[in-house]
Ligand binder design. Structure first.
Ligand SMILES: [Zn+2]
Length: 298
């Protein structure tokens, strides 16, 4: 039974000891107070590494026989380096894997560290939780941004949230600055920019009540996700797509399935499925640990 530590970085650091794909001893959160959520952005890289390692030591609870450590970061990660992290900009370019690894070694935990994209961690956690560790799954996380995760890990960039889903010149709301992107339609910031006078919740409420402008947006929102899903099916084949995240309740599954069906017509590619699932910080932490175990060949 491998004992690993899973870590996720977002507004908080979540950490847990994972034994046999299950969280043991509960989840650790830093900072604990919601009012301090902005705090991580303020920390420079070295201080943040220190905090992450403190959490790992605490989760390990004196156990030095840790098989692997997985750290999920919201951003683009390659070979242990954070190449882009819009919500933790101080990490851009940081060799986070080596920095954490070195500090752990100094304190007696000599274990491989894996850095992964947070949406990939969600995919691995959902695969573990749904007994699908032997199949391929993809996941869309609908939150402030749009994440695209894959399980099992495959080398590549996989910035699926920035899939181009429209050729309309006016679609310029994506935070990355790119035109026609999925996140430029479905992301929180882009919805606020499109409806300056309404929160996303109000837009979907108004669509339900029959407001024409909001109804049109609801259709665009679902068409965009259908388009990105169809592109993924056309590039990587059919399979299971999970939808999750804080905004997943905006999804009208029959509408999404209908648009996707209109976009995927080749019969060998129609064996895909779309399912809404619940995820949690616990699932993400388990996913980070499971990904790290697989990367370490356990
Ligand atoms: Zn973009």
């Amino acid at each position: 039974m491998a004992k690993s530590v899973g870590v996720t970085l977002s507004e908080q650091i979540h950490t847990g000891l994972v034994v046999d794909h299950k969280l043991v001893g509960g989840l650790r959160r830093f900072p604990e107070d919601v009012e301090d959520y902005g705090g991580l952005v303020e920390l420079h890289t070295e201080a943040l590494v220190g905090k992450i390692c403190e959490q790992i030591f605490s989760a390990a609870n004196g156990e030095t026989e840790i098989a692997s450590v997985g750290v999920a970061v919201p951003g683009l990660v390659k070979n242990g380096v954070v190449e882009e992290a819009p919500n933790l900009p101080q990490l851009k370019g940081a060799r986070l894997r080596d920095l954490i690894s070195l500090k752990l070694h100094e304190h007696g935990i000599a274990t491989p560290v894996t850095l992964l994209n947070d949406a990939d961690g969600v995919a691995a956690g959902l695969a573990a939780g749904h007994g699908k560790l032997d199949s391929t799954i993809r996941v869309w996380t609908l939150g402030m941004g749009i994440g695209y995760g894959r399980y099992p890990f495959a080398p590549g960039v996989w910035e699926g949230g920035h899939s181009v889903v429209t050729l309309d010149d006016k679609e310029t709301f994506c935070g990355c600055g790119g035109r026609g992107h999925l996140e430029g339609i479905m992301g929180h910031r882009s919805m606020r920019m499109r409806f300056l006078d309404m929160e996303p919740e109000e837009v979907f409420e108004a669509a339900k009540a029959g407001d024409q402008r909001c109804l049109e947006f609801k259709r665009l929102y679902h068409k965009a996700l259908a388009a990105a899903t169809a592109s993924s099916v056309h590039m990587a084949g059919p399979g299971k797509f999970y939808l999750t995240g804080p905004y997943v309740h905006f999804i009208d599954l029959p509408m999404l399935r209908d648009f996707t069906q209109q976009m995927v017509k080749m019969s060998p590619l129609q064996g895909y499925s779309l399912e809404i699932v619940h995820e949690s910080p616990e699932i993400r932490v388990i996913g980070s640990a499971v990904s790290a175990e697989q990367a370490a060949g356990l």
